[in-house]
Design a protein around this ligand. Structure first.
Ligand code: SD4
Length: 326
């Protein structure tokens, strides 16, 4: 298949990526949707190409979709240059890096950590919460204490670059989440493995310079991520408050349950935000969804959302269509 590739120059990491345009994305969604291919791994944001490849490598080695999404999520978590996730994430307004993550498998098992500090791989702690506790979500000090009990190390995860960004921010100390200005690289990742089982994960350092204690959508099952093995899954990125208010990922999975395609469901999810949340057009939110056949869809409020997919032996980065065109 030949694709018109657009080279988008904006943004440091994005500059190195070949983005496939919205028009081609639409065609691709239609083509692959008539001929789905499994297994699949798919993640928010182009720079997460490496993450979908890591996820697919797990699947190819015979591991489950749960192993795949954890391995994929750990890629940006461990990358100090990714300033939206894990190690290297931008701090909150008190200078503390606080992390949110969740994970869910095909049997409705789910685990999550929020507002956790000093842990490089919160996604792996979320998985331990899922597998080793009777709970779904642990927060703050309790999450860190549990992580230590499980053998995780407490480390300084504030990098020099993130500290510099914080010091720069302190000069004005003005907080207004700006869509597509901060690099929104929160990873929401989903995979379907060789046994046709679905899993999803989401991990982030949240909105940069947020209030200390703020928790976004990313660790909330049904907001930042949701999978249901009967239907498919969805993940969200962008300003978490809008996703929390509309139970974004759960809504999209339910819309697919009612018969919508992943693309239609993502569009409906964004339209729900537009219909219900005041001044929605000032914020970016992007949704990504897959169904059990391996069809996918994506939609955002504003231009600039993109995603990476590994399917049928190829990895591609697509630009998502969006609602606010003027
Ligand atoms: C949050 N949804 O904490 C996250 C931020 C995000 O890419 O997605 N950034 O609100």
């Amino acid at each position: 298949m030949t694709n018109r590739r657009e080279f988008i120059k904006a943004g440091s990491a994005l500059a190195a990526l070949s983005l496939i345009s919205c028009e081609e994305q639409e065609k691709h969604v239609q083509n692959t949707n008539s001929k789905p291919q499994l297994p699949i791994s798919i993640a928010t944001w182009g720079p997460n190409e490496a993450a979908v490849n890591a996820a697919m490598a797990e699947i190819e080695s015979g591991k489950t979709s749960l192993d795949a999404v954890e391995a994929g999520a750990k890629v940006p978590e461990g990358d100090p240059k990714d300033m939206s996730v894990g190690y290297g994430g931008r701090p909150d307004r008190d200078g503390k890096v606080t992390l949110d993550a969740c994970i869910m498998d095909w049997e409705m098992n789910a685990g999550s950590v929020s507002f956790v500090q000093g842990i490089k791989h919160p996604i792996s702690v979320a998985r331990k919460v899922m597998e080793k506790t009777p709970h779904v979500m642990l927060a703050g000090e309790g999450a860190q204490k549990f992580a230590v009990e499980e053998g995780f190390e407490v480390e300084n995860i504030l990098t020099e670059e993130a500290e510099k960004a914080y010091e720069e921010w302190l000069k004005t100390a003005e907080y207004k989440p700006q869509a597509n200005i901060e690099r929104h690289d929160t990873i929401g990742i989903m995979a379907i493995d060789n046994n046709s089982k679905i899993a999803g994960a989401c991990t982030t350092s949240g909105m940069a310079f947020k209030m200390h204690g703020r928790v976004g959508d990313s660790p909330v099952i049904g907001a930042g991520m949701y999978v249901d093995d009967e239907v498919g899954g969805a993940v969200a990125t962008g300003v978490g408050e809008l996703v929390l208010k509309t139970c974004g990922s759960f809504l999209i999975v339910e819309l697919m349950r009612q018969g919508k395609s992943p693309q239609e469901a993502c569009e409906e999810g964004v339209k729900r935000i537009a219909a219900k949340v005041k001044n929605f057009e000032e914020s970016q939110v992007g949704f990504l969804a897959i169904n059990k056949e391996g069809h996918h869809g994506a939609f955002a409020i504003l231009k600039g959302f993109n995603y990476a997919i590994n399917q049928g032996g190829e990895t591609k980065v697509y630009e998502s269509d969006y609602l606010v065109k003027s």
